[in-house]
Design a protein around this ligand. Structure first.
Ligand code: HEC
Ligand code: HEC
Ligand code: HEC
Ligand code: HEC
Ligand code: HEC
Ligand code: HEC
Ligand code: HEC
Ligand code: HEC
Ligand code: HEC
Length: 426
């Protein structure tokens, strides 16, 4: 279907539904519902039960608001195409059916002023919409594939197909299915890889709704393959510090020229794992080693940044251990222990600053942390030193007391044995 036909479909559905008598009125004696509920065929009756929880039912809409026809007619005559009955819509008809209300700002405002009204417009910019419009490809997702008509819930409802933890399986129904996706030249592993990612772990296992699922990176309705230069922006929605640093770096421009996908070059797109220091440098598992060697400026920068981060890590560990030992011994080091939080933050800042790919920036970010770790180590050591001095003092005083006691005992013995030994007594 071309764009003109799309327009024609929209207009036709609009006209047909506008003359449908039951429009926007759900009678208590809705004959569509009454008859379908009683039908002996599950594929024709299940919609009635599903529709009971549908947000459209709650808003007072009925079957006719999507399907057309006349709900006041008790027989099958209510399903006469002359009364605007559409049957089961498919392909572009679905976009037109849903878009008729959802693209009408004035109409939607009466029900829910906060709802966006750009889903249909966005949809046509997505790869799904483009293939549907250009090639009449009905294997792509339409509104009804992601929203399960008859049981549509608000997006914020945990039972909605588009509630964040449920999105991956909604998309995966097609994108995991190699039979369905076999004719396209794209992988069918996005969901499988995503399921192993730190994002999935945070969202699904950790209940952290701020972690991304498919639509956070691809758009809800504008689902498209991210453009190469666009990837930093996608990740930058949430990882703003890294994205800013990266944007200013030599890599940002070079990677565009090389056709490398920004952040995803080093972190991948779907299987993003927890990042650790081992990614940095030229050793095993270091991402830099894919393109740099010891001899080139990138390689030596990688090693220098890693060395800086490693040093601070060691200094933090040392200071923490000494402070702990002092605390266990009953010394007051809580202020120094509190300072160590800032030292740890500097380490986090240093890892983020690594995304500028400039050793100077990393050194600068780490500097306050090294200062604090150094000072805290000194405080811990001096507390332990104080402890040693006190112990020495204690030992010395105990020794003096012991000597005195001994002297006293000897003296008592001497006095006691004096008279006993004296002759003439017995
Ligand atoms: C008297 C019973 C009866 C009434 C009333 C009725 N239907 Fe049906 N409907 C059926 C039966 C039986 C079928 C399956 C046979 C057929 O397609 O005609 C069906 C099929 C359908 C289909 C599937 C069509 C397809 O192409 O797959 C839709 C959608 C539908 N009805 C919606 C409605 C709507 C909307 C109304 C109210 C305006 C309505 N029905 C009223 C009995 C009824
Ligand atoms: C919000 C719009 C909407 C409402 C309201 C709606 N339907 Fe549908 N219905 C659709 C769409 C879209 C399809 C076809 C696509 C699909 O099922 O994936 C469909 C398909 C059907 C089918 C064909 C079988 C099938 O599952 O594909 C039947 C039967 C049907 N609807 C009955 C009803 C009945 C009965 C009601 C009222 C209780 C109703 N529908 C309310 C949108 C709606
Ligand atoms: C590829 C899957 C997909 C398709 C196709 C799709 N949607 Fe959505 N839709 C979503 C997701 C995911 C959300 C959840 C957004 C969120 O959590 O903010 C959503 C949210 C919505 C919302 C809630 C408000 C909003 O925009 O966030 C409405 C209304 C909506 N969709 C209507 C539609 C309509 C109408 C169509 C067809 C023109 C459509 N959707 C097609 C996935 C899809
Ligand atoms: C007759 C007009 C109409 C039609 C047709 C219609 N909708 Fe709606 N829809 C609404 C209204 C109005 C609301 C808001 C109800 C409310 O918030 O109380 C709504 C709410 C929704 C929501 C929940 C939004 C949210 O997150 O709060 C989704 C999702 C949705 N519709 C999707 C669809 C899809 C998909 C279709 C087509 C299969 C469709 N709608 C067809 C009028 C319509
Ligand atoms: C009904 C099946 C279906 C569902 C559900 C579905 N898709 Fe798709 N998707 C397709 C098909 C088919 C294509 C076309 C493949 C192509 O052109 O390369 C596609 C293409 C895409 C593309 C473009 C890929 C490329 O590089 O060409 C992206 C991105 C995408 N889908 C994301 C999503 C997301 C995100 C969701 C869920 C919110 C989703 N899809 C839900 C069937 C589906
Ligand atoms: C953290 C962001 C992010 C998340 C979450 C995400 N994607 Fe992607 N996706 C991307 C990026 C970036 C690319 C492009 C990478 C490239 O060009 O090499 C991509 C590419 C794709 C493609 C094109 C084919 C391919 O694999 O390269 C499809 C289809 C796709 N994603 C679907 C999905 C689905 C389905 C989900 C949810 C299970 C999902 N994506 C989750 C960022 C994400
Ligand atoms: C919608 C927000 C969001 C988007 C978009 C997003 N992320 Fe994340 N990311 C998170 C959250 C939340 C976490 C988990 C926080 C945590 O555990 O530290 C996370 C964790 C990570 C981690 C692991 C951090 C660690 O401490 O080891 C990396 C690496 C990462 N994301 C890279 C990316 C990349 C690359 C992209 C783009 C392709 C991206 N993220 C897109 C929110 C997002
Ligand atoms: C050239 C490779 C490369 C690129 C490109 C890259 N990163 Fe990283 N990223 C790394 C390395 C290496 C680390 C580990 C640093 C460390 O822990 O010492 C890391 C760590 C991270 C972390 C975890 C930081 C932490 O506190 O542990 C996040 C989040 C992250 N990157 C996000 C991004 C985002 C977002 C982008 C794009 C704007 C991006 N990265 C681009 C190599 C890269
Ligand atoms: C996909 C290949 C690739 C990866 C992976 C990669 N780089 Fe690079 N890097 C390049 C290219 C290409 C240049 C540009 C050289 C130029 O512009 O002269 C560059 C330049 C640099 C520069 C600037 C060198 C100069 O000439 O001043 C630094 C520093 C750097 N990279 C560090 C890193 C670090 C650290 C990592 C790992 C976290 C890394 N790179 C990962 C390809 C890569």
């Amino acid at each position: 279907m071309n764009r003109n036909m799309t327009l024609a479909a929209v207009v036709a559905v609009g006209l047909v539904l506008c003359i449908a008598p039951g429009l926007f009125a759900q009678d208590s004696s809705d004959m569509c519902i009454e008859c379908h509920r009683a039908l002996d065929s599950e594929p024709l009756s299940r919609q009635v039960e599903q529709f009971e929880v549908d947000i459209h039912a709650a808003a007072g809409f009925g079957c006719v608001d999507c399907h057309g026809g006349d709900a006041s007619i008790a027989g099958p005559g209510g399903m006469d195409p002359a009364l605007g009955f559409l049957g089961a819509p498919g392909g572009e008809e679905i976009i037109a059916v849903c878009g008729r209300c959802h693209s009408d700002a004035e109409f939607m405002r009466q029900f829910n002023p906060s709802l966006r009204v750009d889903q249909e417009a966005e949809y046509w910019t997505s790869r799904h919409g483009q293939r549907l419009a250009a090639a009449g490809d009905t294997a792509v997702a339409t509104c009804a594939d992601c929203h399960a008509p008859h049981g549509i819930r608000p997006a914020s409802d945990p039972k909605s197909t588009v509630y964040p933890p449920n999105v991956a399986s909604t998309c995966g129904r097609c994108h995991d299915d190699s039979a369905r996706m076999g004719t396209y030249d794209i992988p069918v592993d996005q969901n499988e890889k995503y399921a192993r990612s730190v994002h999935h772990e945070a969202l699904v296992e950790g209940g952290d709704i701020s972690a991304p699922t498919c639509n956070d990176c691809h758009g809800n309705h504008g689902a498209a393959p991210p453009g190469i230069s666009w990837v930093g922006n996608v990740c930058g929605q949430c990882h703003a510090v890294m994205a800013d640093q990266y944007e200013q770096s030599r890599h940002a421009q070079t990677f565009v020229e090389m056709g490398m996908p920004g952040c995803a070059t080093c972190h991948s797109n779907h299987e993003i794992l927890e990042a650790g220091d081992s990614l940095l440098g030229l050793g095993d598992g270091a991402v830099c080693a894919a393109c740099h060697t010891e001899g080139d400026p990138g390689g030596s920068a990688a090693m220098a940044m890693r060395a800086g981060i490693d040093s601070l890590t060691v200094e933090i560990d040392e200071a923490t251990a000494v402070l702990h030992e002092a605390e266990q011994a009953g010394m007051e080091v809580s202020a120094a222990q509190a300072d160590m939080k800032d030292s740890n933050s500097a380490l986090v800042m240093g890892r983020a600053a690594m995304h500028s790919f400039s050793p100077d920036a990393v050194t600068e970010a780490l500097a306050p942390g090294r200062e604090i770790a150094g000072a805290s180590l000194e405080k811990g050591q001096s507390a332990l030193q104080d402890l040693r001095v006190r112990r020495m003092g204690l030992i010395a005083s105990v020794a003096i007391i012991l000597v005195l006691i001994l002297a006293l005992v000897l003296k008592i013995r001497q006095i006691g044995s004096g008279p006993a030994d004296s002759p003439g007594r017995a």
